[in-house]
Structure formats: C-alpha cells, structure tokens
Design a protein around this ligand. Structure first.
Ligand SMILES: [Fe+2]
Ligand SMILES: [Fe+2]
Length: 383
C-alpha cells in the first residue's frame, strides 16, 4: 500500500485502509473502489491523504501462515510536482523535508501564517488597548486549520513541522491550541470542551506579553532574577484574563499550565486534580511543543526521541491519562512509517510497545527488531 495525496486520487483506485474523519468515524471502508463521487466525499471531509493499494497488489491482507511480506514503506507525502523547487531537493530527503516540500504543507503554512498574524494583532490589542476578548472570533482561524488538515494525524504532522519560527508566544500558542484540540479529541472530549481547550492553548502564555522582550528573547542562559521574571507570566496572564471575565478554565490554564501533577511546578505548587483539567492537558502539549521546536542547529526532533525524553523524565509530573493518551497517539501516527535505526538499517515501524512507547517494533526486511529488547538501538530518524 502507499499513502497518497487526495489530489492524486483517480477513480478505480482501491482504499488500503479505512478513511476516517476527524471525529474518528469511518466514512469509507478499506477495500472500497474509488469513484469521482467518493473522491469528492473524501475531499469534502477535509482529508488530505489516504492509503491506497498498489496497482495489481490484490488484497492488503497478509495470510498469517506466509510470514512477513516485503512491504512498501509508508511515504506520507506525495512526490513533488515536476518543475517545483522540491524536485531539486536531495535524492533522499528526510521525512520532515518531504512534508515541508509537499503542497499540503505549503498551503497549511500559508494559512497558519495568516492565522498567527491575525492572532498576534488581536492579542496585542487586548493587552495594550484593553479591548474585549471575543472568544468565538478567536477560534475561527484555528478551527479552519483543523478542518483543512482533516485528521488528528495530519494536523499533528503539520504542527510537528511548523518549526521555522523565532517566536516564543504567537506561533507557539497557536500550535499549543491546535495540539490541545487534537489531544482533546484523542481523549474523547466533547466538541465544546475541545474548543475550550483550543482557547486555553491560544491564551495560556498571554502573560508573556508583560515580560520584557529582552528577557524573552535572550539567547543564553537566564540568570536567577530574569528567571523569576519569566516565572511570573502565569500570574500576569491570569490577571489579564480575569479582568476580561473569560471562562474560568481559560483563566486557570494561564495560571496553572506550569503546575505539575506531583506538585513540582510553579507558581502555586498545586498538585493532582487541584490543577484545572484544561491546564493539566495544556501542561502536556506545551512541553511537547517546546521540545519539538527546531533550534538553529537542528530541525524538529524525531517524535520517538521526544517520547523517550518524556519517559525518561517520568510521567508522574503529568496527568497519567492525558500523557499516556497523548504519547500513544503520537506514536500511533507513525506506525507503518519508514525509519532509520541507529545501526544504519532502514525499516518500518510496525507496532508500538505499550510499556515503552519510544521503543516500537521495527521490521527490517524479514527481521523484526523489538527495540524493547535492543536498548543499544534507537530510531534515529523518520524517513
Ligand atoms: Fe507558559
Ligand atoms: Fe507555553
């Protein structure tokens, strides 16, 4: 099977996987032969890519007795159109490079930039001119981004590669808002709560607008006084939002998103369920967003490396249900993805290990490499 852009679908192609909408409802079943009407239906659901059978491959099922069959590794992004700049990219571009070169990503990035610019204007207007917060209006653009991305995994892939910003507040907050929406849907929250989670993400760091720009953008390590200033942003944020009289979960998220489940956070050292549910969710997505952000010396971190950092740090800092649901869905996004192991072998991620999400089972040719049993190996990158 292969994953292709909906722009490349043609009648007669056969779906190799169920096609799900963002609500996790199946809209077309695996094995369906596509027609013009069905392709339009996929498009209308905002889905950007689907898995189809290779021509002449017959059923996607592998009979159990026959053992593993060599499979086409998942390629998430279609090849660049002839003549595009991407055509001249290195012959073996990385997973991130392929996403960034895709038409879907370029469109997403354009929409994201517009949404973020507008968000920046509204946020500054709120803080500097003391204007009212229209939460319904704030939600419009990020909701459009979610609708266009089509599924949790797609949104996730896009967010994961939106990393060329030297931005500590606006693009970060927009990404946390989108991650909150996706994470809340993975948790089965209602539409109302998903939208509220999105607003919480958008406004969680609003207090940073009260922190001096020189501290926020200081390239080196912060000294103790500067760090104390930064640590006041949750209180500043809470005050701004409290004065505006917004929903109390939004106020609480601004105040509590740096609190930790085990009481090790700030500013109030709250613990457990005394931390607002929306702040507990935002704690996970906020840290994930910050960890995956590209630095000047590297691109975005491999998601399995990020999961490993969370695992090494220990889950007790976070709400167990939220962190496990989030990370297992992040991992699941990359099942069937081609990857490069640290010993130089290329393979395909075929199964997650529930006890250690950063160490899935990888199929290399006819070998199954269970990374749980090979601590010396890691996933170096996605291909
Ligand atoms: Fe923050
Ligand atoms: Fe943040």
């Amino acid at each position: 099977m292969r994953k292709i852009s909906i722009f490349e679908l043609t009648p007669g192609m056969v779906l190799a996987e169920d096609v799900m909408n963002f609500e996790h409802q199946t809209i077309l079943a695996k094995g369906t032969e596509l027609t013009d009407v069905l392709i339009s239906r996929i498009e209308l659901n905002g889905i950007l890519s689907v898995f189809v059978e290779e021509p002449g491959s017959g059923s996607a099922e592998i009979p159990e007795d026959y053992g593993p069959a060599p499979q086409q590794p998942r390629r998430d992004v279609p090849p660049p159109p002839p003549g595009s700049s991407a055509e001249f990219a290195p012959s073996n571009p990385s997973y991130s490079e392929r996403i960034r070169n895709s038409r879907e990503f370029k469109e997403y990035k354009r929409d994201f930039d517009l949404a973020t610019d507008e968000f920046k204007f509204k946020l500054n207007d709120m803080v500097e001119n003391n204007s009212a917060i229209d939460t319904g209006e704030l939600l419009q653009e990020p909701l459009k981004l979610i609708e266009k991305s089509g599924s949790g995994s797609n949104t996730f892939d896009m967010i994961h590669n939106m990393r060329d910003y030297d931005d500590l507040t606006y693009a970060h907050s927009m990404n946390v808002a989108l991650l909150n929406y996706v994470a809340a849907s993975w948790l089965g929250w209602s539409r109302e709560d998903r939208e509220l989670a999105m607003l919480c993400g958008m406004l969680h760091d609003i207090g940073k607008l009260k922190i001096s720009h020189s501290i926020l953008t200081k390239p080196g390590k912060l000294d103790a006084i500067e760090y104390k200033h930064i640590q006041k942003h949750p209180i500043h944020g809470y005050k701004i939002l409290n004065e505006k009289g917004v929903n109390e979960h939004i106020q609480n998220t601004a105040l509590m998103h740096h609190e930790r489940y085990d009481g090790s956070g700030y500013p109030l050292q709250l613990s457990g369920e005394s931390i607002d549910r929306f702040a507990r969710l935002t704690a996970v997505t906020d840290v994930y967003e910050a960890m995956t952000a590209a630095r000047c010396y590297r691109g975005p971190l491999c998601p399995f490396r990020v999961i490993e950092i969370f695992e090494d740090e220990g889950f007790e800092k976070y709400d167990a249900e939220f962190i496990l649901t989030f990370l297992s869905n992040v991992g699941a996004t990359y099942v069937r993805n081609a990857c490069l192991l640290s010993d130089g072998r290329e393979g395909e991620i075929i199964m997650l290990n529930k006890e250690r999400l950063s160490r899935p089972v990888v199929q290399c040719g006819y070998d199954y490499v269970d990374l749980m049993k090979h601590p010396e190996l890691t996933i170096q990158s996605l291909l």
